[in-house]
Design a protein. Structure first.
Length: 96
């Protein structure tokens, strides 16, 4: 039985590299927050939650166990991100 993403919440930012903060819900019962949409040099990518350690390295707090799950999560997040950002840009254009 595969888990399904049942909710994606996008919180756009005005930060340089972080396009949005994201939370996702699996099967209406398990939420993962502090995911980020990052604007990289080759396009957008999804960064899973991590914490900075005292030695400066990042410790991954939650991450997909395989490529299939990573692709499913990235596709759901980036699809919703593009939709939200597109709506936001349309609203700003009509407000001018």
């Amino acid at each position: 039985m595969n888990m399904q993403i049942t909710e994606v919440r996008i919180y756009p930012t005005d930060e340089d590299l972080v396009g949005a903060h994201v939370s996702i819900v699996f099967d209406n019962c398990f939420m993962v927050g502090e995911i980020r949409v990052i604007k990289g040099p080759t396009g957008l990518f999804v960064a899973m939650p991590s914490r900075k350690q005292s030695d400066g390295t990042d410790w991954d707090m939650a991450y997909p166990a395989n490529d299939e799950t990573r692709n499913m999560i990235e596709q759901a997040i980036l699809t919703e991100y593009e939709k939200i950002v597109g709506e936001r840009e349309n609203q700003e254009a009509t407000a001018k």
